[in-house]
Design a protein around this ligand. Structure first.
Ligand SMILES: NC(=O)C1=CN([C@@H]2O[C@H](COP(=O)(O)OP(=O)(O)OC[C@H]3O[C@@H](n4cnc5c(N)ncnc54)[C@H](OP(=O)(O)O)[C@@H]3O)[C@@H](O)[C@H]2O)[C@@H](O)CC1
Length: 286
């Protein structure tokens, strides 16, 4: 069965933000997102090929998370300078990270961001966007126009936003800090993440703008085949142990029902014990 991903509208993404802000501080959210973003970037854009990274920040929470991601990338060994303006040597970087706008962007871009987006669009350096390709209308049914950013990669945070329908590059999903009951209540339906990885590659993702949904092919599981086989063997062993235990319990015919212990094997013995108790009580004249 293919796995259908929930795509969030801008309003749904804001509701999720509100829920998360009740659970985490802003600093915690930044660290969780920043680490997840950086881990996904490091997996897709490996060292040493993409060692020099320029992270471009906006004024909102997307920029704040981009700042945290930059710090984590630096800790992973990437060279991530802190600059106040678009550098003259931007083409010498090996990767551009777009953390300008997230899901609260409303077009058109105001100064100075219009020029910043144009510079990102014009660059030949591979570009990866965090959560939303900056400048893309989040809820748009139509693909963005030719002047919009065309990132090589997209790292969606927690759940892809609706505009991801029109993205067909390398797509990863980062962040797994939505508590499962909240994810279930919001119908997020996240895919499986491998072990403790804070991101998953959305390989085999097929987005259909007409249907308004993205599905992951059933065979595009994040677990490597060797791990899946090991997991299958492990779960088969556990099932066998549980089955052996159940058969053993049945053989001993122990059933506990509403607090009463019924043991056919023991009932005769208990009957004998009761009879013996009654006769010893009688003998004792009690
Ligand atoms: N860590 C986590 O777990 C979570 C992290 N999250 C992350 O936060 C992101 C959402 O953050 P956000 O709400 O701050 O919005 P975001 O889009 O970054 O910035 C808005 C800024 O842009 C500005 N602006 C807007 N339009 C403009 C325009 N046309 N031209 C110029 N400026 C414009 C706007 O200015 P204003 O309109 O307010 O004047 C404001 O300053 C989300 O995508 C995800 O990455 C959250 O999902 C929560 C969970």
């Amino acid at each position: 069965m293919p796995h259908t991903l929930k795509l969030l509208s801008a309003a749904e993404a804001s509701s999720l933000d509100d829920e998360l802000r009740r659970l985490f501080s802003e600093a915690q959210l930044a660290e969780l997102a920043g680490f997840a973003f950086a881990s996904a970037i490091a997996a897709e854009y490996e060292l040493p090929r993409y060692a020099r990274v320029l992270v471009v920040l906006g004024a909102g929470a997307n920029g704040r998370d981009g700042m945290a991601a930059a710090r984590h990338l630096a800790a992973f060994g990437y060279a991530v300078p802190i600059l106040r303006a678009w550098p003259a040597n931007a083409s010498s970087y090996e990767l551009l990270v777009d953390a300008v706008f997230g899901h609260r962007y409303t077009p058109p871009p105001r100064p100075p961001f219009a020029a910043l987006l144009a510079a990102l669009r014009a660059s030949a350096v591979p570009l990866v966007s965090l959560d939303v390709p900056s400048g893309w209308p989040v809820d748009a049914d139509a693909p963005p126009d030719g002047a919009a950013l065309a990132p090589h990669g997209l790292v969606s945070l927690l759940a892809p936003k609706r505009c991801a329908l029109h993205f067909d590059g390398a797509h990863l999903l980062a962040g797994r800090h939505v508590p499962p009951p909240l994810a279930a209540r919001l119908g997020l339906h996240p895919p499986h993440f491998a072990a403790a990885a804070p991101f998953v590659r959305l390989e085999g993702l097929r987005c259909d703008a007409a249907e308004g949904r993205c599905t992951l092919r059933a065979d595009a599981l994040p677990l490597p085949p060797s791990f899946s086989a090991a997991a299958a063997v492990f779960s088969a062993c556990i099932s066998l142990v549980l089955l052996a235990y159940a058969v053993g319990a049945l053989a001993r015919s122990e059933c506990r029902l509403f607090g009463l212990l019924w043991r056919p094997g023991l009932s005769h013995a208990r009957h004998r014990d009761d009879a013996a108790t009654r006769s010893s009580t009688r003998d004792a004249g009690l």
